[in-house]
Design a protein around this ligand. Structure first.
Ligand SMILES: Nc1nc2c(ncn2[C@@H]2O[C@H](COP(=O)(O)OP(=O)(O)O)[C@@H](O)[C@H]2O)c(=O)[nH]1
Ligand SMILES: [Mg+2]
Ligand SMILES: [Zn+2]
Length: 324
């Protein structure tokens, strides 16, 4: 396969090689970035400036400096998935097709965390896929599945998964059909089976991680890294991105007035409010408040008490921070 090369001279280059090459960011470890070329060769690169702007999934132009490299430019992105807190943007991925939110029968999932992840996906227009693992824990699975009922009613894709037991092979095959040909960012709280999932689809994942940590000479950073894994090294069309840190899922990049638009159950009740800038918290003539008073338990797109409570909390959180 021909490598993409620009025959451009980098004016800031101080190295002997004038060649800029293209590659894809397949891992980030703080300021270190692992870039893979189209032939599958990887090397550690560093941003030219102080700040690393490249994220996993980015295409970058870089040039070699000895056995490492310098990133000169991040090429235009199709999309980027953020989770941002007050201090900084913690980690994200670019050019992805879907976000897989992995939950499990145990530990019991937090509806708040799930909602935050879904809002982040809605805000970037990236399709979320909710997967509930640990089918073998029958009773707890059933309970968690029921808690996901409102999300199915909102038309989110919700799939059962049993990673442990051989009798749940069908669930793994069905999941694979949803992954095939796509770039999927895997998110989820700890203990749900993210590592088990990655290792099932990418059996050499641990070996890859070891190679990277050895190259960086800092094993301690590898667990907090975001990483790109080809499910099929030969076809190179199906990708899982492993990313840590679901707990503190910041939504700092989202403004409070946008929030209801990003929650499908609230969204369907918008447009009936008396005031165009209605916050749906206390206004007279609010379509959302009206719905909450008259909702009928048999209706599909009902806003549940939990979801409205989460809306209120998030609205307050988003309004409390300084605006500029
Ligand atoms: N019962 C059950 N346990 C599972 C299943 N999948 C993974 N686990 C277990 O759940 C625990 C957490 O899994 P792990 O992959 O480390 O989760 P992570 O923290 O999300 O990476 C481990 O003990 C796994 O063996 C499953 O389908 N059923
Ligand atoms: Mg893990
Ligand atoms: Zn309203």
């Amino acid at each position: 396969m021909a490598k993409s090369r620009f025959n451009l001279r980098s004016s800031t280059s101080t190295t002997t090689s004038p060649l800029l090459q293209q590659g894809r960011v397949v891992a980030t470890f703080g300021r270190h970035v692992l870039v893979e070329d189209d032939a599958g060769q990887t090397r550690i690169c560093h941003p030219r400036g102080k700040k690393n702007e490249a994220v996993v999934g980015d295409r970058v132009a870089w040039h070699p400096s000895q056995d490492e490299g310098t990133i000169e430019q991040v090429l235009p992105r199709r999309n980027v998935f953020y989770r941002q807190d007050e201090i900084r943007t913690k980690s994200f991925a670019a050019n992805i097709d879907q976000v897989l939110i992995l939950l499990a029968a145990e530990p019991e999932f937090s509806e708040r965390q799930l909602t935050r992840a879904l809002i982040a996906a809605e805000a970037t227009g990236i399709q979320p896929l909710i997967v509930l693992n640990k089918l073998d824990l029958l009773e707890r699975f059933e309970r968690a599945w029921t808690r996901l009922e409102p999300y199915r009613a909102m038309n989110y894709a919700v799939m059962p998964l049993g990673l442990h037991e051989p009798q749940h092979q069908l669930s793994k095959d069905t999941l694979y059909q949803h992954l095939q040909g796509r770039v999927t960012l895997v998110l989820g709280p700890s203990g749900v089976g993210k590592s088990t999932l990655i290792n099932y689809f990418v059996p050499h994942a641990q070996a890859l991680t070891n190679v990277v940590s050895k190259a960086l000479n800092s094993g301690k950073h590898t667990t907090t890294a975001t990483r790109w894994y080809w499910i099929d090294e030969i076809a190179r069309d199906t990708v899982l991105i492993d990313s840590p840190g679901f707990q503190e899922f910041g939504l700092h990049h989202i403004q409070a007035p946008m929030l209801a638009q990003l929650m499908p159950d609230l969204r369907v009740h918008l447009g009936h409010c008396k005031f165009a800038n209605c916050t749906h918290l206390h206004e007279p003539g609010c379509g959302v408040l009206q719905h909450l008073q008259t909702r009928d338990s048999l209706q599909m797109m009902n806003i549940s008490d939990n979801r409205y409570q989460i809306y209120k909390e998030l609205f307050v959180e988003m309004s409390a921070r300084p605006q500029w």
